[in-house]
Each structure stands twice: as C-alpha cells, then as structure tokens.
Design a protein around this ligand. Structure first.
Ligand code: UD1
Ligand code: MG
Length: 459
C-alpha cells in the first residue's frame, strides 16, 4: 500500500497574500489540485497537511482519497510530515509539496516504478537547472547524498546546478526515526525535510534520485512572479494539447484558456480570446477576437462574433452570436438562432432560427421558433420588486422598439407593430398596436427653419 502526504500548511509569506498559497489559481483551479491529480493511481490515501488558514484549504479541496491533518505551529517541512506521521499505515509514503503544480503524472509514475524496481528506501525528485537559485541543492560526497538549502550554501556549493524539486518517496521506517532526530535551522528554528536525505544516506539506507526530463516541471510557486510563470507554462501546455486535437489557434500566445475547457477539432479561434471554467466547444465553431466565454456549452458550427461575453449559456448548433452580444446565466439559444449587435439575453430560451439582431434586452423570456424580434425591443421583466416572465409563440413578429411589459404572453404568428408597449396578452395571429396618433401640421417645418436661420444671424 502507498500513501501520500501533501504539504500545504505554510503561509506562503513571499506571496504577500491573504489567501493560502496552495489555493492560488492556475488556469481556473487551485494549484494544490494539480498536485493531487499528478499523484500515481497506486496512492490509496492522501493526507493533506494544513495549517495557515487550514479551514479555507479544507473547504476547497474535495477529493475521495483525501483527509486532512493539521500542523500548528508551522515549524518547517519536516515538522509538517511529522504531523501526518501518526496517521500513516503504508510502508512507503509519497511526500509532495502543494506548491509544485507543474510536475506531471508521468514523472511521478516513473519515479515510483524506479523506487520499487530498485528496492530503494528513499527516492527524491531532482532537476538540472540553469538558474537553480531558490532551490535546495543536491550534493554528493563520496557515496553520501545530502541537500543544502539555498540560505546555507557556501560559495562553492552555490555553483551546483542539481536542485531538489520537493517530491520524495520514503520508506516509512526512515520517517519514524529521522523526524525525531533532526535539528532545527537558524533563524526560524524550522525543521527541514531535506535533512532526511542526508540522515538516511549517512545510515546506509538505499537513497537515489529521479531526474526530471523537462526542468519546467520543477517550477515551484513561492512568489507572484513564480505564479505568473507557472500559469504561462500550463497555458502553453494546454494550447499545445488543443492544437494536437485539431483546433486552429491563430495566435496561441494570446489565447487564455483554462484547464477544464474542451474544444473539438476544426474549431477556429482568433487572437485575444478568453475561455474559462467548464466550457465546452464543439466542432467547426468560429470564435472571433475579444470574446470571453465562461462555463458555457457551444454545439457544432456555432459562430461567436467579436467582443461578445457568454456566461453560463447553452448554444445549439449553427447559432450566431454577436458582435458585442452578452449572454448571461441561464440562456439557451437553440439551433440556427441569431443574437446580434448589442443584444443582452438573460435566463431565456430563444427558439430555433429565431432572431434578435439589434440592440435588445431579453430577460426571463421563452421565445418560440422562427420569431423575429425587431431592433430596440426589450422585455420589461422587472417591476422594481419582482421579476416576471414573457412568452412569445412560434413565428411571432415583434416590430422594432417594442416594450413587452411582463408578465405577458404573445401568441404564435402574432404581429406587434413597431413602437408598441405590450401590456396585455396578445392572442395567436392577432395584431397588437399601441401608438400615439401622428399629427401633420402643414408647413410647420418651414417656420422652424426660418427661426433657426434668424438665430444664427444674431449670433
Ligand atoms: C522547499 C525545499 C527545497 C526545494 C523547494 C522546491 C525544504 C526545507 N526545502 O523549499 O529544498 O528546493 O521546496 O520547491 O523542504 N509547508 C508546510 N509546513 C511548514 C512549512 C512548509 O506544510 O511548516 C509546506 C508549504 O505550504 C509548501 C511546502 O511545504 O507547500 C514547501 O514549503 P516552502 O516554504 O515553499 O519551501 P521552499 O522554500 O520552496
Ligand atoms: Mg516552495
């Protein structure tokens, strides 16, 4: 049996944040979730060590294998593992840092099989880095391996480029002894887990290391700058993966795409697009520049024109949205429907092939199929206290600049004249019209222009 301990109790002082470090988001997910996902399947139970704002971390992580252990006060990485020790029952323990989101699952799988196939007592992950500053360095003297933390390196040791990544597999008996024999380090009196490497090596345990093939996996998040770097690397991995699946990205470096977004092949994405949360985009869609889509589903061949915002919406195949449209939560746009320039839709269903192409607000409405909603039409869904629904039947024609005062229902094939304020239900096939009668005063226009000219002469 194999268990894992995830270190997540530290304050993350260098982040200068009120939020625990491991909850900072990378492409829409807290960084600790990446670490949990990378753990090998063989890990049966995961103990997360929490401390700083423990209940915040505990309320965010929801994973079937996870239990929490508290470390208080936080006296270093070795002390954190010691807090979890009484709960451990497995013979081998994977210890990982919660602030290392870029390590891949493949890497940890390989490290684990290396550990077991060589019957090792301690395996730890290392990386050969061009800029190893900030990492503990791995040193070898005769047959002994040990780690020296950055703050304690001699000038000679500073040249060492082999860095400790912060992932370890220990046989439990090592932890049971070593964690009680380590000395604290100046100036914070912290106990370093890295000292266990030297402890075990000195005592003749079989200690070895597994080296990262891709050194970018070694980037740990200690500062905001590290966080930005980690986000960028993860974003690059994601855009790479999308292109491999057949998605065309005109400018991969300007696409912000979160980790759970799914996109099918032959979809074309223009520059400066933002795709967030649980968004899924079908085949052959086109997303034009400046679009942001959050927690939404697009079926095949949907087109989203420039600068539209789509939030928690469902868009059926071949619909067209935008430019400059806003679909708010609870919107369902059916097949081939069209939502055009400066149209806002909230908590509404727009039927098949229906159109609202210009300057409308449609809220709390159910719109049938092949309905035409003219420019400037709005549903008056809010009476200042409550929201009310609007129903529009199939093939109804709503002229421009109408106000539909909800609750109201317009029957199928009804016709609403331009400028009408609809306050009563309109039956099927009927015409509804409410307009002030137009007055014509002959030659009144001439009088106006003469007055205007005179005014100009005075000025
Ligand atoms: C650690 C390693 C260093 C390695 C680096 C890789 C030690 C002493 N040093 O340094 O060799 O190169 O990771 O990124 O281990 N934590 C606790 N309780 C504590 C202190 C820390 O749970 O009392 C947790 C933190 O929340 C964090 C992890 O342990 O998730 C690592 O701590 P951090 O302070 O980031 O260590 P580094 O300075 O990065
Ligand atoms: Mg760290």
């Amino acid at each position: 049996m194999l268990e894992a301990v995830v270190l997540a109790a530290g304050q993350g002082t260098r982040m200068a944040s009120q939020q625990p470090k491991v909850l900072h988001s990378i492409l829409g997910k807290p960084m600790i979730e990446y670490v949990l996902k990378a753990l090998p399947e063989e890990v049966e139970k995961i103990w997360i060590v929490t401390g700083y704002k423990a209940s915040e971390v505990e309320s965010v992580v929801n994973h079937p294998k996870v239990s929490f252990v508290r470390q208080s006060p936080q006296k270093g990485t070795a002390d954190a593992v010691k807090a979890a020790l009484p709960n451990l029952s497995a013979k081998h323990v994977f210890v990982v840092s919660g602030d290392m989101p870029l390590v891949r699952k493949d890497t940890l799988d390989q490290m684990l099989s290396f550990h077991f196939s060589n019957a090792l007592s301690l395996t730890f992950l290392v990386a050969e880095l061009v800029h190893p500053q900030g990492y503990g360095r791995v040193l070898k003297e005769q047959e002994k391996i040990f780690i020296v933390e950055e703050s304690e390196l001699s000038a000679e040791q500073e040249k060492v480029s082999l860095a400790n990544v912060g992932f370890y597999i220990f046989s439990k008996d090592i932890l049971e002894s070593a964690l009680f024999e380590l000395s604290p380090h100046y100036p914070k009196d912290e106990y370093y887990l890295t000292d266990v490497i030297g402890w075990a090596s000195d005592r003749g345990y079989k200690v070895d290391m597994w080296k990262l093939k891709d050194p970018t996996e070694a980037i740990g998040v200690n500062t905001r700058e590290d966080l930005a770097e980690a986000i960028e690397i993860m974003r690059n991995r994601k855009t790479q993966e999308l292109m491999e699946k057949g998605v065309t990205l005109i400018s991969p470096s300007t696409l912000y795409v979160e980790i759970d977004v799914e996109i099918e092949s032959d979809t074309l994405i223009y520059p400066w697009v933002f795709l967030q949360g649980e968004t899924s985009i079908g085949k052959g869609c086109t997303i034009y520049p400046g679009v942001r889509i959050v927690n939404s589903t697009l079926e095949d061949r949907v087109q989203i024109f420039d600068n539209s915002l789509i939030e928690e919406a469902y868009i059926e195949k071949e619909a067209r949205i935008g430019p400059m449209a806003h679909l708010r939560p609870g919107t369902h746009i059916k097949e081939k429907a069209s939502i055009g320039n400066f149209v806002e839709v909230k908590k509404s269903t727009i039927g098949k092939a229906s159109k609202a192409n210009h300057l409308s607000y449609i809220g709390d409405a159910t719109v049938g199929d092949k309905v035409n909603i003219g420019a400037g039409t709005i549903t008056c869904n809010y009476d200042g206290v409550k929201k009310h629904p609007t129903f529009i039947g199939d093939e109804a024609f709503i002229g421009s600049n109408c106000e539909l005062v909800a609750p109201v229902s317009i029957g199928a094939f009804a016709l609403i004249g331009a400028g009408t304020t609809v306050v009563k239900d309109v039956p099927e096939n009927a015409l509804a019209l409410s307009r002030a009668p137009q007055t014509i005063i002959q030659k009144r226009g001439v009088k106006y222009f003469i007055a205007k000219k005179k005014q100009k002469c005075v000025e």
